[in-house]
Design a protein around this ligand. Sequence first.
Ligand code: FAD
Length: 284
Amino acid sequence: MPVEPPVASPRSLAEAYTLLADAVHRPVAGGTDLLVQITGELGDPPERVLDIWHLDELRGIRMQQNALVLGTLTTYAEIRRSPLIAEFLPAFAEAAATIGAAQIQNRGTIGGNAMNASPAGDMLPLLLACDAQLVAGKRDGERWIPVREFWPRYRQTALEPMELLLRISIPLPSGRQLRYRKVGTRRAQAISKVVMALAWQADGKGTWHDVHLALGSVAPTPIRVPATETVLEGAPPTEATADRAASTLAGELSPIDDVRSSADYRRAVAARVLHRLIRDEGGW
Ligand SMILES: Cc1cc2nc3c(=O)[nH]c(=O)nc-3n(C[C@H](O)[C@H](O)[C@H](O)COP(=O)(O)OP(=O)(O)OC[C@H]3O[C@@H](n4cnc5c(N)ncnc54)[C@H](O)[C@@H]3O)c2cc1C
């Protein structure tokens, strides 16, 4: 039988920081990933748990200057229901709808997804494609971390043990397009085999600029693919562009074989998904 670690439930952020200063307490948000560790099925169980679920400072979705700011405890259900997300970042609601079932969507948080640092985390390519900034806090103050620096290695984040993830700031697209695609064993309630987010700006002639293409489940961390982005940069969404981009992507990826998929399958599917996405946008 797994041994349940002691749980501390701070009533304020300041109290949470004090408890975290021992570098032994592990934060728990919705617990949907951490509980699997406590049962010993995934990684080492934590020695002590810091329950942050009741810290209201970490909740809410709001507009701040030119960004939407999501508190780390924002759940998938909240993302699905938010009028601000529906208006400015509908791809996030689409992604949230593919995660787990209702129970997971009610408890699982965007911050937990980022902090769990799984290469298959479904929200993470979206954060990468949008150039999100993540805000960490500890007793001495806060710091902003660009999303490109947030997952330096497999299953690791840029946070220090004494820090909490507080919120995620996502620049408003203002004219930029953003698309999300997930391939799993099923359309929803399945861990991804390939997850993709594509952002771009189209000019008056329909040519794409400032293209950001991010993928999950194809590398040890969520990644951007610069060679494929270069092919799409300054190009219209034609069949010739789609062919070039798909073959460049297949060459640029070096996924692993694991229980969910072979590397060849992931490479082929990622290329296919990108090709279709460009076709949908080009309307051919
Ligand atoms: C049945 C099932 C289905 C799932 N399906 C999907 C899926 O389809 N797609 C997908 O991406 N994921 C899926 N997951 C994984 C999980 O639900 C998500 O990763 C979720 O977002 C985790 O959020 P959480 O709040 O539950 O994290 P928790 O389990 O509470 O925490 C996860 C990790 O992050 C750390 N952490 C959490 N919050 C903070 C914080 N604010 N500051 C610092 N550290 C923090 C914890 O210490 C822990 O290491 C599934 C899980 C289950 C059990």
